[in-house]
Design a protein around this ligand. Sequence first.
Ligand code: ATP
Ligand code: MG
Length: 589
Amino acid sequence: MIHRLSTLFVRTLRDDPAEAEIPSHRLLLRAGYIRRAAPGGFTWLPLGLRVLHRVEHIVREEMNSIGAQEVHFPALLPREPYEASGRWTDYGPNLFRLQDRRGVDYLLGPTHEEMFTLLVKDLYGSYKDLPLWLYQIQTKYRDEARPRAGLLRGREFLMKDSYSFDLDDEGLQRSYDAHRGAYVKIFARLGLETVIVKAMSGAMGGSASEEFLAPSVSGEDSFVRCSGCDYRANTEAVRIGTPAPVDAASTPPALVVDTPNTPTIQTLVDLLNSRDDLRRPSSPWAAGDTLKNVLVMLRNPDGTRTPLAIGVPGDRDVDMKRLEALMSPLEVEPFGEGDFAARPNLVKGYIGPAALGADKPLGIRYLLDPRVVRGSAWVTGADTPGHHVVQLVCNRDFTADGVADVADVRDDDACPECGAHLRIERGIEMGHVFQLGRKYAEVLGLNVLDDKGKQRVVTMGSYGVGVSRAVAAIAEAHHDDIGLRWPRSVAPMDVHIVIAGKRGDETAPTAEQLATELAAAGLHVLLDDRDGVSPGVRFKDAELLGMPMIVIVGRGVATGVLEIRDRIAGTTTEVPIAQAARHIITCSA
Ligand code: ATP
Ligand code: MG
């Protein structure tokens, strides 16, 4: 088919739009693929929509090929099922809630576990019906705290979500593996390199879960890759190895020391090393010898706030994303001046384990980094201004309410599996595969009769692909300074023909003739037949729009050749006019 730029609904922008922070967003706007309609909401223009449809098509083909069946739910959903699963509340402010004219509660679906569970419960009742895999490609709504980077994080976005239903754990494992395999193929066909990492299961509940991350500096996720083994994990999900307990038999008793003007770890360490009575014979004091107690407030789904303290070695920080992931669905907020004011017994800068713990008067739950092992000795706050305590031994002098593995993970940290160095990278979460287990089936009563006639709770998996996000991620992975460079599998058009001659010369008829031949062979041809647009502007637009092949019908026509630019390979070749169609068709195959 021939698509003429003279009539195509597209306007390219010469300047970078102010709203765009990352290349894909900037280029998709500049090239006229999308327009912003609302915060986190985008309008798809014809070229953008073609890419989106091609992505959808690939996802659909691969889902169908493993035997999943497509259905389609509404986005506007009743409250009750989400009430039953707890997510009406647990989803917190991320859920778009609304009411109909009668005051009945509804929500806009952020993901559809409950609805799929109820649908299967409605229609199926025997183990013979299983396994069953259903999916949809559907608009999702989430009131994201920070919509950003265009399609990467929208508040309305397109997701492919599938759900598996099995009788037992082995069945679930097979369903999970089938989806994982389909995802590998989907992302390969989309031209997206992805890394499969261990993930947290978040507000979904459930156990085994992995994410497909597309490595990109524009991604919001960070993940680790081990340099020695195949351990890969989202930073949120990294679980450090717990060191062995320490024998504290020879550690002298804890001692409170006067440490004036030491509000920071560095000032404290410097002071300890400068004092003859405190200096250690073995090695100088270091930040890692101190125990830093970090306070945060947790916002519960019902809006109430609960304080939490986390003790980490002083050379580490609490990674707020890791903490959020661990605490989900609770949200983490800073511990503000008002929170201190409400608890005058907390001595800012000198908070120690003595004041912390659910059983203490302040009632602040206290969790420790796994590095703070039984028997380890620490320098920490003495809960008095200007005072610290040294040789405070874990489980001898203080205890906590539990463990929280939420300290920051760094390049060169040891791999929890093999001890080699971890490398940190950033990535975009493209897909997520989850073994949900029986959580939803239990609360919503999805049972089937097994072969002995007994009721069994069904076990489920849920599997998501960010379809609209994929368009941005592909653009992020495939562009250069001058424009987009779509992989052939998703490009809106196969070839872009630029007429670069003068009115009345042979270029226009030659281009028309070539376009007709290519269209007859089934290619989608974008023909720049605009009047009054200079060749320079046409070249620039062709580069910006990013079709895999650009054909320049210009000066060469006089000597019987066309110039073909391969936008992906970055090469330019001259081809005789008579062979041009064949050449392009072969390259596009
Ligand atoms: P994120 O951590 O990026 O918020 P998530 O873990 O909440 O994502 P899932 O619930 O696993 O997302 O959703 C499945 C897929 O949907 C994700 O892997 C991602 O590709 C896509 N997705 C999720 N949220 C958004 C969004 N706000 N905009 C676009 N795509 C999204
Ligand atoms: Mg996810």
